[in-house]
Design a protein around this ligand. Structure first.
Ligand code: ATP
Ligand code: MG
Ligand code: MG
Ligand code: MG
Length: 564
């Protein structure tokens, strides 16, 4: 029985590499490839090799245990879906190029789901009919598909990736708040167990009451999100957006809405030329993306983003003007309204904009903006979003210390959706009062495959990967550093450790030098390395802590005792 807990390196399909893969831009990408955890099949599409699959499964196991612990129920929905439900919600169009679309043999349109709000809503509509059936929280650990523009960071940003997504269904706002709080606590427990260093930042707050949306960010240089972190207190915030509700009275103002064709990737100069303003001008309500991430949003009022200033820091070619279609997964940031000219205007707005102000917005077509759009006339103004641009050194709102801007990886996102999808699919249950009650929903994502990369980023050192024990591919890496006596001792050590319930990787490869075995052990990153070497004849082994490098010599018996 203990055999199954021992993996022999001589049999393990893991070809370690000394050289960095040429295309690897991030540390986790390099190391996961070099250590034989994953193999690139195509851009953003990855094969999980035996070591990687173990780590991936360990992350999934922890997530599953913590979801089950608060009563969430696991299901499995298809990834391949007919387009109907997404067409009803409007996301079949909204997702634009991000969506993988395909046809069946009869020519019917299908998609590979990027997220599953629509289908979960339909499942619950079918299964739950009374308030007595709610609340219900469903989750799945399932493969998602997004045709990401720049899938360059290994499994950090895949086009096919593994996500835990869950959805809560309640009849009341208080119920939704509770389901949200349960997720928040579960996520904290999950990331603590996984050993992820994380911050919770509010993605949007206020507008929908309290913390309507929060992101779990794992600080790491390879991260594609920027967040403001206070060195002096607990404060952390997303630099992208903070929202609150402000009632701005609607007022009409004259002037037509004008459509602008904005090219795919304009330089700042081209962009300014398009809009007919000098490159140094302050532009309003433009979304600027660099390397796929929104880095700046022009807003009206006193927090305008000066694209000319931005240009001092960035090569113009890196700057890409985006339309609101790019806000996939952030319905909180995008609202669509049909204006008088038939424009379906999607916007990022500011509560302090005076009604009647004409400004530039995203429009309903890719690569298009609209000029002269009037707040209060062309779109509703009761639900504005305030986009706050935070700069390095700005005072912390909590304690006044200078904020730092740090890079981070978004590992989780929890979100109070409200009734958006319930409205689309008319998801009602029979209420206490005998009348139909519209259901309110939350949606909660956690990137299982991304967490593997995030942990690799946060824990690796100059020698290689360095996993926390809970998710490591093994508990102990036993190295036979020598010939017959060492191999015999190493195998005996492996047997005893496995018998005590530990997962063991044993490097008994004949004809491989101790030096190569040590290098591989450091690269693979199992938390404890047990070496059968010099003093094998005395039954003495060396225990090495992969993280601290601390070593000690012990008898095999004491070593096994120390590890179990
Ligand atoms: P990002 O801002 O990095 O593009 P997102 O905000 O689009 O992520 P969500 O729609 O919130 O992602 O999805 C929930 C979670 O799924 C994310 O928090 C992240 O952990 C994970 N995730 C999203 N996109 C990817 C991807 N392309 N590859 C791996 N994991 C991903
Ligand atoms: Mg995304
Ligand atoms: Mg995001
Ligand atoms: Mg997100």
């Amino acid at each position: 029985m203990s055999r199954t807990r021992i993996q022999r390196m001589s049999r393990l399909m893991a070809k370690t590499l000394r050289e960095e893969p040429a295309d690897a831009e991030t540390l986790s990408h390099q190391l996961l490839v070099r250590a034989g955890y994953v193999r690139r099949t195509s851009a953003g599409i990855w094969t999980w090799l035996p070591l990687g699959k173990k780590v991936l499964d360990n992350v999934a196991r922890v997530v599953r245990e913590e979801m089950d612990a608060f009563g969430a129920q696991e299901v499995l929905l298809p990834a391949l879906l007919p387009k109907d439900a997404y067409e009803e919600s409007g996301r079949y169009e909204e997702y634009g190029d991000l969506l993988f679309r395909l046809k069946d043999r009869k020519g019917a349109d299908y998609l590979l789901a990027p997220t599953h709000e629509e289908i979960f809503t339909q499942v619950v509509k079918d299964q739950c009919t009374s308030y007595k059936d709610l609340p219900v929280i469903l989750y799945q650990i399932q493969t998602k598909y997004r045709d990401e523009a720049r899938p360059r960071s290994g499994v950090l940003r895949g086009r096919e990736f593994l996500m835990k997504d869950s959805y809560s269904f309640d009849t009341t706002d208080e119920g939704l708040a509770e389901s949200y709080a349960l997720h928040r606590e579960a996520y904290r427990a999950i990331f603590a167990r996984l050993g992820v260093d994380y911050r919770i930042v509010s993605a949007v707050s206020g507008a929908m009451g309290g913390s309507a949306s929060e992101e779990f960010l794992a600080p790491a240089a390879a991260g594609e999100d920027t967040f403001a972190d206070c060195p002096a207190c607990e404060y952390a915030a997303n630099t992208e957006a903070v929202a609150f509700k402000a009632a701005v009275p609607a007022a009409a103002a004259p002037g037509p809405v004008e459509e602008l064709d904005t090219p795919d990737t304009p330089t700042i100069e081209a962009l300014a030329a398009h809009l007919g303003v000098p490159a140094s001008a302050t532009l309003k309500n433009l979304l600027v993306k660099v390397d796929g991430e929104i880095v700046a949003v022009g807003v009206p009022g006193d927090r305008e983003v000066d694209l000319g200033k931005l240009g001092e820091h960035l090569a113009p070619a890196e700057v890409e003007l985006v339309t609101a279609q790019d806000f996939e997964g952030r319905p909180d940031l995008v609202r669509g309204y049909v204006g008088p000219q038939g424009l379906d205007i999607r916007y990022i707005a500011d509560p302090r904009v005076a009604p009647g102000t004409a400004w530039v917005t995203g429009a309903n077509k890719p690569d298009t903006h609209a000029r002269g759009v009037v707040a209060g006339r062309d779109f509703e103004v009761d639900d504005y979003l305030d986009v706050v641009v935070v700069e390095e050194g700005d005072p912390c709102p909590a304690c006044g210390a200078g904020l730092r801007l740090d890079r981070a990886i978004e590992v989780g996102h929890i979100f109070q959706l409200g009734r958006k999808y319930a409205d689309v699919f008319q998801l009602d249950v029979l209420g206490r009062d005998g009348k139909p009650a519209r259901v309110t929903m939350g949606s909660y994502g956690l990137g299982i495959s991304r967490v593997v990369a995030a942990l690799a980023e946060q824990t690796a050192d100059g020698q290689g990967l360095c996993w926390p024990r809970e998710i490591a591919p093994a508990d102990v890496h036993v190295v036979a550093a020598g010939k017959t006596a060492q191999t015999e001792l190493a195998l005996r050590a492996a047997e005893q450790l496995a018998a005590a319930g530990l997962r063991v990787l044993v490097d008994e490869r004949p004809g491989v030098s101790p030096g190569v075995k040590f290098t591989d052990a450091e690269l693979i990153g199992v938390p404890t390395i047990l070496v059968a070497g010099r003093r094998a004849a005395e039954d003495v082994v060396e225990l090495k802590d992969r993280r601290t490098g601390k070593r000690e010599e012990l008898s095999l018996t004491d070593a096994v005792r120390a590890l179990t």
